[in-house]
Design a protein around this ligand. Structure first.
Ligand code: ADP
Length: 151
């Protein structure tokens, strides 16, 4: 079974994440969207909210599971028998950052990281920009799925 994990903070999930997930669906038998819990990080949305946003989007998609985890992504992969880590690339900064993490993960475990290049329409979207717009009272409806704006 080709099982992938798409790890991230998803604070909140954006149309950029959704684009990567939807395009990865035909490549894998199962994709686990895994919200990483990092006690050092301050989040805008609670874990429950972030989980619900994602679960609402994929309620009728049997190939997608939504979970939370703490610790190393590769430990989560070992525990769940996951062979692939899915990540999105938007720009050279993403590439440099992701390259180091993927190569480290590859040293530590037999897990392949699969990168999908962002779509032109969503390449500018990031959770941090969404949070900035929100904090300043702007409209995020073109940046996030409906489950987030319904909140
Ligand atoms: P993290 O805290 O691990 O960076 P994020 O939720 O910000 O978590 O991102 C999770 C993954 O989604 C990362 O691989 C990131 O590059 C990717 N991603 C985020 N926004 C986009 C986008 N607009 N297009 C493509 N990939 C994206």
């Amino acid at each position: 079974m080709k099982r992938a994990v798409f790890p991230g903070s998803f604070d909140p999930i954006t149309l950029g994440h959704v684009d990567i997930i939807n395009r990865a669906l035909p490549l894998f038998d199962e994709i686990i969207i895994a919200i990483g819990i990092n006690s050092d990080k301050k989040y805008m949305f609670t874990l429950e909210e972030r989980l619900k946003f994602i679960k609402d989007i994929y309620a009728t998609e049997p190939k997608i599971k939504v979970e939370t985890y703490s610790g190393l992504t590769i430990d989560f992969c070992n525990k769940k028998e996951i062979g692939f880590i899915l990540r999105g690339l938007r720009n050279p900064a993403d590439f440099e950052f992701e390259k180091a993490i993927a190569q480290t993960n590859r040293k530590l475990a037999p897990v392949e990281t699969v990168f999908l290049l962002t779509s032109a329409e969503t390449s500018y979207i990031s959770s941090s920009i969404v949070r900035d717009v929100l904090r300043n009272g702007g409209d995020i409806s073109d940046l996030v799925p409906k489950s987030v704006t319904r909140n």
